[in-house]
Design a protein around this ligand. Structure first.
Ligand SMILES: Nc1ncnc2c1ncn2[C@@H]1O[C@H](COP(=O)(O)OP(=O)(O)OP(=O)(O)O)[C@@H](O)[C@H]1O
Ligand SMILES: [Mg+2]
Length: 495
């Protein structure tokens, strides 16, 4: 018996030319929260996938409780007490919480699902780990944070002794994140080990016991959280420190707003108001932040401003109504990087220059040489790491794909820039770069509407912060307001 729940020893994995994992050693102690951090593309997800039987390593071994094991599939991994909470939840929306948790491992009575036993088991698990979830609720309609809890319960129901979570907080609100961390601490206290992949160093410091840093497929640091600090972790991650955020300007420029929303009200198909009398304006040279818990009307507002909702009355760009479809005067950095933002089958160059046909002198097609040169310039300026501009954009890591989208949107002529969760899932180095790019665009006179679920991001970037709650703008703050005040407004509390 050892106090190590799992060990990865000398694990290597190659994907074509990319050595994603290069002789990685990682030991997970029983009952610890072990954070794994590193730049985009450092090999974190690959390593977790190997431990969950989704990839076979090219070299190295995995041990559980000191014994060497071979994992050919996730089913093997589950048998060995490994559980994984996927970022895209694999739940059945029309089944109940209890059914989702027991599915595939159901308590059976006379050949049928024993519903009562399933409910009892789920209730007992919820109780034991402090994971509140109503066993009889349908998964459809549950908030993201609760669905994630169901995923965790599903793994625990299968007796997971090691729980792998790959960027679990990317989809959560700050409040949900806090609750998740309480749950992780409770679960770890029962002896379950937790592997937590995250880009947010504040989370590592808040919930991690130990942390392993990866860089370009190798381990570049091992720390005990109590004995380290964010700066030391950043250095191990990207080989340098971050520069402190630029000070905010005292006075936003007073010019006519380029984006104006006046009394915008939007009802959904069932007649429920999703936005009520929302008014806001964004001036050249200013970043207006949008805060709010998920589902407070951000989606409807952004879709209205970009023209994606059609020509809604009350949205004006430079004094004229927004155009339906996708108004070309709006530069848009969508949250859904892979769906809305990029054409996955097309090259990096084509993706970066999409929409720039006219500028490059051709109405119908892009002249090849000019395209390539311009794309290369942008790749350099935005420090996008890509083997070449001719590879498909889908081959880039998440962070680099995001920089490519920013390169396209921030360099094309537009009236307003709408940025939605611009640093979700990107590493600290990229985050710093993205922030610098947005601030530079603002200083050059861009009008930017920034939606972010990260209050620290809004406070670093925004000149003003508007808080949406149940479809209304319930508060406006200066960019340097206290997080607690903004957070309180996000819950609908009024003074
Ligand atoms: N299935 C695959 N096929 C080809 N290359 C892959 C595959 N999976 C990962 N890679 C490459 O391996 C490297 C490591 O990727 P991985 O997804 O493990 O990084 P990561 O640390 O999880 O990054 P991120 O922080 O962006 O999630 C990257 O260069 C990536 O492009
Ligand atoms: Mg990853």
């Amino acid at each position: 018996m050892t106090d190590l729940a799992a060990e990865l020893i000398g694990v290597s994995k190659r994907f074509g030319p990319v050595l994603a994992n290069d002789g990685i050693d990682l030991a997970v102690a029983r009952g610890e929260v072990h954070a794994v951090v590193g730049e985009n593309g450092a090999g974190k997800s690959t390593l977790m996938s190997i431990l969950y039987g989704l990839h076979r390593p090219d070299a190295g071994e995995i041990r559980r409780d000191g014994q060497r094991i071979t994992l050919r599939s996730p089913a093997d991994a589950i048998r060995h007490g490994l559980g994984m909470v996927h970022q895209r939840f694999r739940l059945f929306p029309d089944l109940t919480v209890a059914e989702n948790i027991v599915i595939g491992a159901e308590p059976v009575r006379r050949g049928h699902l024993d519903r009562a036993a399933a409910h009892r088991a789920v209730a007992a698990l919820s109780e034991k780990y402090g994971l509140r979830a109503d066993p009889s609720a349908l998964v459809r309609g549950l908030p993201v944070g609760v669905r994630q809890r169901v995923e965790i319960l599903r793994a625990l129901y299968r007796d997971a002794e090691i729980l792998i979570l790959d960027e679990p907080t990317a989809v959560l609100t700050p409040g949900e994140t806090d609750r998740l961390f309480e749950v992780l601490r409770t679960v770890a206290a029962t002896g379950v080990s937790i592997l937590l992949v995250t880009h947010k160093l504040s989370e590592v410091m808040a919930v991690g016991d130990r942390v392993t840093v990866l860089r370009q497929g190798r381990v570049t640091g091992r720390f005990t959280t109590r004995e380290t600090n964010a700066n030391e972790l950043v250095n191990a991650m990207i080989g340098r420190s971050l520069t402190p955020p630029a000070p905010k300007r005292a006075q936003p420029p007073q010019e006519n707003p380029v984006l104006e929303v006046r009394d915008l009200t939007i009802h959904d198909a069932d007649g429920v108001a999703r936005l009520s009398e929302v008014s806001l304006s964004v001036h050249p040279g200013e970043i207006v932040g949008l805060a709010g818990v998920a589902g407070s009307g951000q989606r409807e507002l952004i879709d209205s401003v970009t023209g994606l909702r059609g020509a809604v009355p009350g949205v004006f760009l430079a004094g004229t109504p927004v155009l339906s479809g996708r108004d070309p005067r709006v530069a848009y950095v969508p949250e859904d990087r892979h769906g809305r933002a990029t054409a996955p089958g097309m090259s990096v160059a084509e993706n970066i220059l999409m929409g720039a046909q006219r500028e490059l002198g051709s109405r119908w097609s892009l002249p090849r040489a000019a395209v390539k040169k311009r794309a290369k310039d942008l790749v350099e300026r935005f420090s996008i790491s890509a083997a070449s501009v001719d590879i498909p954009i889908s081959a880039l890591s998440g962070g680099n794909a995001q920089k490519a989208v920013l390169a396209r949107e921030l360099t094309r002529p537009s009236h307003v820039v709408v940025a939605e969760e611009p640093t979700q899932g990107v590493d600290v180095g990229v985050r710093e770069r993205v922030h610098a790019l947005l601030l530079a665009a603002r200083d050059e006179g861009a009008a930017i509407l920034l939606q972010s679920s990260e209050l620290s991001e809004l406070r670093e970037l925004a000149d003003r912060i508007l808080v949406l709650y149940e479809g209304r703008v319930v508060a406006e703050f200066q960019g340097d307001a206290h997080e607690t005040d903004i957070g309180r407004a996000m819950t609908g509390a009024t003074e």
